[in-house]
Design a protein around this ligand. Structure first.
Ligand code: SAH
Ligand code: SF4
Length: 357
């Protein structure tokens, strides 16, 4: 980002309105500016001719509109696109576009690395460097939008399933959600924006009230002993506490809510029929769907992916007990863009600790 200038991708409508109030400008000017940025992708203040010359100069002096710096862009044969973004100080994050017949999903990162050290996750194994700013989060969506817009492709869904734990970066993630939902910016419906969390309970309770987006919870194990090992934050917020917070989320807000429980399939670790039955007991009666994710391997991992037949038997148990279950198709493998393979390159590994909060 241009030094000392505020990147406007970092401001939601409310923050822009506050900024404009300090400049003595009326709120409708905010709408004009947001149209230039998000509808017309115009980043040059001089071309925003319905804004006064004085305002354009003030904006030029103190703010900027800057896309993230792309270090590399990879295309997989199945249409998946991966952007490697240079976040400075020799650190990188990744953003992935996953097209399918009826949608285009953008998987975005919320942190440079992750401190939670889940044992099956490449990002977690790399350590943590820093939180991304709202501008860096929205910048990923703008970057992809900008690239896709002349190619007749679009982003219909945004998921916080890239690098990092979004609920450990609430300050930047919530204003980013505001912009994703705002008709003057991306205008996505609340069902098309998903925060995925490994279970940061206090933040989950705040999120339930603050942003009406969809929730995915990375469960991965049906009991505390195994989950403590796979998802170490479980030592701090065990399964029952997490599920109570999930119920608060389901009952908050005015519209009907559901939760997607993610469950990575690790051969011989969490994929038995007995474990599927335990999972049924945990989720019975909840407005929940389960997504089984075949483990995506990465160098030096101790795990292997469950066999197809094992995944099918696991899924059958859930189905037979009335739990809607899908198995995720792995996409973008040859460019290392699949879930949990996003590693970037994290320089500062000092903050890789077991449970940080
Ligand atoms: N930190 C958040 C969001 C990012 S991870 C979270 O944990 O939910 C997005 C999803 O990818 C999570 O469900 C995570 O558990 C899963 N994942 C991580 N590593 C994986 C791997 N190697 N194979 C398959 N899924 C993985
Ligand atoms: Fe962090 Fe999510 Fe990876 Fe766990 S699975 S280490 S919370 S990014």
């Amino acid at each position: 980002m241009t030094k000392d200038k505020q990147n406007l991708f970092g401001l939601n409508q409310q923050a822009l309105t506050e900024l404009f109030a300090t400049l003595g400008e009326k709120p409708y000017r905010v709408k004009q500016l947001m149209q230039w940025i998000y509808k017309y992708h115009e980043f040059d203040f001089d071309k925003m001719l319905n804004l006064s010359k004085k305002l354009r100069q003030q904006l030029k002096d103190t703010t900027c509109i800057e896309l993230p710096k792309v270090a590399k862009q990879d295309h997989a044969l199945d249409g998946v696109i991966k952007w490697v973004i240079d976040t400075g100080a020799d650190n990188f994050i990744e953003t992935v576009y996953i097209p399918s017949d009826d949608r285009g999903t953008l998987c975005i990162s919320s942190q440079v690395g992750c401190s939670l050290a889940c044992t099956f996750c490449s990002t977690g194994m790399q350590g943590f460097n820093r939180n991304l700013s709202t501008a860096e989060i929205i910048g990923q969506v703008m970057l992809a939008n900008h690239y896709l817009k002349d190619k007749d492709k679009r982003i219909s869904n945004v998921v916080f399933m890239g690098m990092g734990e979004p609920l450990l970066n609430e300050k930047a993630v919530y204003p980013a959600c505001d912009l994703l939902l705002d008709d003057l910016a991306f205008g996505l419906s609340r069902r098309k924006v998903t925060i995925s969390t490994s279970g940061v309970v206090p933040a989950l309770l705040r999120m339930a009230e603050r942003v009406p987006v969809s929730l995915a919870v990375s469960l991965h194990a049906p009991d505390d002993t195994l989950r403590n090992e796979l998802v170490p934050i479980n030592q701090k917020y065990p399964i029952q506490e997490l599920l109570s917070a999930c119920k608060v989320y389901l009952n908050a807000g005015t519209q009907e809510r559901h939760i997607l429980f993610e469950y990575v399939m690790l051969n011989g670790v969490n994929d038995s029929v007995a474990q599927a039955k335990k999972l049924v007991t945990l989720l019975k009666g909840m407005s929940a769907k389960v997504n089984l994710i075949p483990f995506n391997p990465f160098p030096k991992t101790q795990y292997i992916t469950s066999k197809k037949v094992t995944i099918a038997s696991f899924q059958d148990v859930l189905f037979d007990n009335g739990i809607r279950t899908t198995t995720r198709r792995t996409r973008g493998e040859e460019v290392d863009a699949a879930c949990g393979q996003l590693a970037g390159k994290i320089i500062d590994k000092t903050k890789r600790i077991k449970v940080t909060i």
